[in-house]
Write a protein that binds this ligand. Structure first.
Ligand SMILES: Cc1cc2nc3c(=O)[nH]c(=O)nc-3n(C[C@H](O)[C@H](O)[C@H](O)COP(=O)(O)OP(=O)(O)OC[C@H]3O[C@@H](n4cnc5c(N)ncnc54)[C@H](O)[C@@H]3O)c2cc1C
Length: 443
């Protein structure tokens, strides 16, 4: 008999998971709290984008939809740093042809919902999960329009309902699971650099632009329509924080002084400032991620992280791929879910460590010539000895090495690089064979 699956949340991870589960031949019902945004979201000009990297692509490939997503993706080969005079410095992400990809969140979500539906998944909108009976595998949904409740019973339930997951909340409360939410001291706000004439790009579209300013930063990624979605990450309070940015003069002076070349490109900055929300950022840690053979949480519901490595969605997509592999491997669902939970949790932790680490790299280190030199030396060594060294950014973005392993290896490599960077006169001798030999000996 076909398995009946309920998925809560038709966001990025829930949609991809529903595609995987229909590919397995399961009967899949997906319940989503929001409206069906498919027609309005594409035309509303919403252009929030995300960086998709290797492990995201691997999951899309295994689900059979990488080619369709590639049609809406823009390759990003390098970082371009903007200093406070508008001077630019470049840093390639990897070797030639290695890129991360900028993709519209809405377009990708819509595409995956369409494909899942074509594959047989049933999508139900305006249905908010309000309760779960984990023993019986029954979920209660409230229709947000009619306010009527319905109970849905299935063989098992997947909670893909995001950082503020109700499925997780009910699990944690009932089974006393570990849970921790850590909000960071920085908030963010999205702003748009409009397209130029005839949808031309006002900045290099194949780069991630960063305006690193110590403990805060602005970044930008290109959209298909010529615009760039930019995000300001700044402290909630204190110097250069959101706290002091209220009046038009305050906002305009902040950008004109700190991000002058960005300011020139955004004619309606203050209108956008008022219109777009300021949002908080946080890290969710919980364990375990399952209940017996009835329930599993994946994506942000299990491991929401801060966005500084561009890996939250990629990690959630990897959850879907690994879950699919585990369902192939184990007939017994309890064993399957328990092993999934045990294997993925260290990777959830790993992506969170990496994300916090990369915040410091992006906002601070990318403006430091010594850091850029360190990356150049690592790259040279890695090209000479690819089996001995893969730079941390490459491990995370261009391989499927687990996040926990990448974090561990990356920290070991960092210690070696700290020693190399102490080498006398390193700025002038970095390209000498002696430095490569020294790295070999430290390995
Ligand atoms: C500013 C920012 C930038 C980011 N950039 C990147 C990036 O470049 N690369 C990357 O990989 N990741 C990025 N991320 C992270 C990424 O957005 C998330 O990891 C990803 O969206 C998680 O997908 P999800 O489906 O688990 O959760 P969500 O996308 O949050 O989807 C959850 C879905 O569940 C629905 N839902 C919630 N509650 C209920 C309920 N009670 N009942 C029914 N439905 C419900 C929601 O409406 C939503 O549709 C970024 C995040 C932020 C905030």
């Amino acid at each position: 008999m076909k398995k009946e699956i309920t998925i809560v949340g038709a966001g990025l991870v829930g949609s991809l998971c529903s595609l995987y589960m229909t590919n397995r031949g399961y009967n899949v019902n997906v319940f989503e709290r929001r409206n069906d945004l498919r027609s309005e979201i594409i035309t509303a000009g919403k252009s929030i984008n995300l960086a998709l990297s290797k492990r995201g692509w691997t999951s899309l490939e295994q689900a059979g939809i990488a080619n369709q997503v590639m049609k809406i993706a823009i390759p990003v080969y390098k970082r371009i740093m903007h200093d406070n005079k508008g001077k630019l410095t470049e840093q390639p992400y990897g070797n030639k042809d290695e890129a991360i990809y900028s993709v519209s969140r809405a377009q990708m979500n819509v595409l995956m919902m369409d494909l899942a539906e074509k594959n047989g998944a049933k999508l139900h909108f305006n249905e908010k999960c309000i309760d779960v009976d984990f023993e019986q595998s029954i979920v209660t949904f409230e229709n947000t329009e009619s306010k009527k409740n319905q109970n849905v019973k299935s063989d098992f339930l997947i909670g893909a309902d995001g950082a503020f997951s109700v499925v997780r909340k009910k699990m944690v409360n009932k089974y006393k699971h570990d849970y921790d939410y850590n909000e960071i001291d920085h908030d963010y706000k999205e702003l748009l650099i409009p397209a130029g004439k005839n949808n031309s790009y006002l900045l290099d579209k194949n780069a991630l632009h960063i305006w690193p300013r110590g403990d805060f930063m602005l970044m930008a990624l290109a959209n298909l329509d010529g615009s760039f979605t930019c995000t300001l990450f700044a402290p909630k309070k204190g110097l250069n924080s959101f706290e002091g940015l209220n009046k038009k003069e305050e906002v305009e002076a902040y950008f004109a002084n700190i991000f002058p070349d960005f300011f020139e490109l955004v004619p309606n900055l203050y209108e956008q400032w008022l219109l777009n929300p300021t949002s908080s950022l946080g890290i969710v840690r919980t364990f375990p991620w399952h209940i017996k053979d009835t329930t599993l949480i994946i994506g942000d519901a299990a491991h929401a992280t801060v966005p500084f490595y561009g890996q939250g969605m990629n990690c959630g997509f990897e959850d879907c791929r690994i879950l699919n592999n585990f369902l192939d491997k184990y007939d017994n669902l309890s064993t399957c879910f328990e092993n999934f939970s045990n294997e993925r949790k260290p990777n959830g932790d790993g992506v969170q460590e990496l994300s916090m680490h990369n915040f410091i790299v992006m906002r601070d280190k990318t403006a430091d010539p010594k850091f850029l030199l360190q990356k150049k030396i690592e790259k040279k060594f890695s090209n000479l000895y690819p089996n001995k060294w893969t730079p941390l950014y490459s491990m995370v973005s261009f391989t499927n090495i687990s996040y926990s392993e990448a974090w561990e290896i990356g920290m070991r490599q960092e210690k070696i690089m700290q020693k190399i960077m102490q080498y006398p006169n390193i700025e002038n001798v970095w390209d000498d064979d002696e430095i490569m030999r020294e790295m070999q000996s430290l390995l």
